[in-house]
Design a binder for this molecule. Sequence first.
Ligand code: IPM
Ligand code: MG
Length: 357
Amino acid sequence: MNSRSNTVKIAIVGGEGIGPEVTEQSHRILNWLSVRRGLPVALREAQYGLVPYLATGCPETKEVPSAARKAGSLLGLRRKYDLYANLRPIVASPVLAESAPLKAEVLDGVDFVIIRELTSGIYFGEPRGIEILPDGQRRGFNTEQYTSDQIRRVARAAFELARTRRNKVCSVDKANVLETSVVWRDEVTALHRAEFSDVELTHLYVDNAAMQIVREPRQFDVMVTGNMFGDILSDCAAMISGSLGMLPSASLGPVDEFGRRKALYEPVHGSAPDIAGRGIANPLGSILSVAMMLRLTLDRRKDADLLERAVALALERGARTADIAEPRAKTLSTVAMGDAVLATLEDISSKDEEGDQ
Ligand code: IPM
Ligand code: MG
């Protein structure tokens, strides 16, 4: 946030693969919000990833915020800004039940959030590497590790979020096998006892959690887990919302002395090189990430609700990209899905304005 005004600076980073295609639709939504709803943002496009790397031999351009300069990838960006709390909401959309791979009665009413620890664990633990053994074999190795503080701060985020929802946290680990998980479970339990005993806390082993997500996902409200377990479980849970292309995320850093925190909003899906450049990717994961930004960084709850309603209405009216289409249904391009959401935004907001008068 700019110290002299309320304008929030947003860097729009398309990245690689389908990234620029879906992000462009979010950019259009942000422009609309800025013009039609007075959203006080300064938008700036920045490149990051393979495209500038191929062009210049350097993985970012000078448009990227300077602190990100030396960070070499998405993981570097997460780490550089200490974006430790990754929120991945999992909501079943009734209109997509047809195309979802799970049964409608399993999906009905599912609404939970996975909080994935994002800056530690096996993704970043040292030592790591590939070595050649004396007999000529290669040996790859990584280190899973968590400290008390790393566990407590993400668990705190989970308990605090649960208090704003249905007041339930499920912590996921593998404490029957891994020492990191023994520490994880102990720390979550101790924090719960000390500060959050009003919240209902349960623990699941990760293998069981994977099963429960497809068996009875309604039982979950907030699920908190480490970096790699969260990566895997969130793809699994994506099937509840119909497609990985539907899933938004927010990655939040520590709160600073002014009460602000750095944040990165991105769809959960990756760069999908197999469909890149074809204009068929689903932009809704990216667009719904804008709704998370409105709520969590910009404090614009009404605009967030408006955008989520617009996405839901576009889906109700039959807008489908290929990944969420019923068999033989007509499918929209990435841009046409952006158009559909912009059209429903216009519709809903002009109706709301009439209602206000
Ligand atoms: C995710 C992705 C990333 C991860 C990849 C692209 C490095 O799968 O955000 O879930 O593993 O964290
Ligand atoms: Mg993943």
